[in-house]
Design a protein around this ligand. Structure first.
Ligand code: NAP
Length: 290
């Protein structure tokens, strides 16, 4: 069965910082669902390996919700933190043994029997494509992971693994302050293969609003002008900018505020024209297109 993620995805990266009770976390899940945001993005390492369990604890309060959600997680990064005393340096590990152990850990923490999508978090220089593909196949056969993808992979890195096992997405950073994937072949590859990229930090982690560097200030000024012209919020505009790309991206919102999620969903109704889109591109780049 093919994977259908919601058009806007909720990111759980910062969940541990919100200091919420299990009931507040459940409310966040339910409020997102009410907006049509049914896909939730995790990684084993979020919150130094704590976030998945915080989410799972909330989900356990309403286990019937599981079938309405798509749970995405990632693995392949090993952090040197007290919770992992054997990991002496921050490094990558995409060995079958580590991927399998991480998936088992994620399933237990999220209190679910399956991940809808598993991503390799970062390109690992030591990635053995055949070994990893066989591991993915086995996890799929066992019903533990339904679909596979990668994150932050270059087109060549994506092509290598995709030649061994079908991948469904590359999760990458994109915003007017991070335009590289527009021009390095990453999004061209998504469009070529008909695979929708997932987009992290569509608001540049808040820098679109509070950044103090020159590029951030230029984008803030342009966002303000355009949002006045179009009578939409700057958040809606930022999401519309990402959504406008022909690869049909799936942006992941990282805000704790449900109002911000509502403004992101409103962007699904707003199609920027080319001049509006390039005004934000230009603001980020600091110069006109060549
Ligand atoms: P984001 O939506 O670009 O940034 C969210 C941050 O921006 C929050 O701290 C939020 O604070 C702040 N913000 C939003 N609106 C604001 C406003 N109007 N004024 C000031 N601050 C504002 O996304 P992100 O959290 O960086 O990333 C989204 C998700 O992508 C993560 O949760 C994670 O799931 C995923 N991710 C993946 C990778 C990867 O390598 N694959 C890397 C990073 C992230 P408030 O909560 O106060 O609104």
């Amino acid at each position: 069965m093919s994977l259908v993620l919601s058009r806007i995805i909720a990111g759980a990266w910062r969940l541990d910082q919100w200091q919420w009770s299990p009931q507040q976390r459940l409310r966040w899940i339910e409020d997102n669902l009410a907006l049509g945001i049914s896909s939730f993005d995790h990684a084993d390492i979020y919150g130094a390996y704590t976030v998945e369990a915080l989410f799972g604890e909330a989900l356990a309060l309403a286990p019937g919700l599981r079938d309405q959600l798509q749970l995405v997680s990632k693995c392949g990064i090993r952090l040197a933190v007290p919770a992992r005393p054997g990991d002496l340096i921050h490094h990558y590990d995409t060995s079958a043994a580590h991927v399998r152990a991480s998936v088992e850990q994620s399933l237990a923490a999220l209190r679910t029997d399956r991940l809808d999508l598993l991503l390799i978090h970062r390109p690992d220089a030591l990635l053995e494509a055949d070994e990893l593909a066989a591991c993915f196949e086995a996890l799929r056969r066992e019903g533990k992971v339904l679909h596979f993808g990668v994150s932050n992979f270059s087109p060549a890195q994506f092509a290598l693994l995709h030649s061994r096992i079908p991948l469904v997405t590359n999760q990458i950073e994109l915003s007017p302050l991070h335009r590289q994937p527009l021009h390095d072949g990453t999004l061209d590859q998504c469009q070529q293969l008909g695979l929708r990229p997932m987009i992290w930090s569509p608001l540049a982690g808040g820098r679109l609003f509070t950044g103090e560097d020159d590029a951030a200030r230029r984008v803030q000024a342009e966002l303000q002008r355009l949002s006045g012209e179009l009578s939409v919020s700057a958040t809606t505009l930022a999401f519309a900018w990402v959504l406008r790309h022909p690869s049909r991206p799936l942006p992941i919102i990282g805000s704790r505020r449900i109002e911000a999620a509502r403004e992101a969903v409103a962007a699904l109704q707003l199609k920027l024209d080319a001049q509006q889109w390039y005004r934000l591109w230009r603001a980020g780049a600091g110069h006109d297109v060549p």
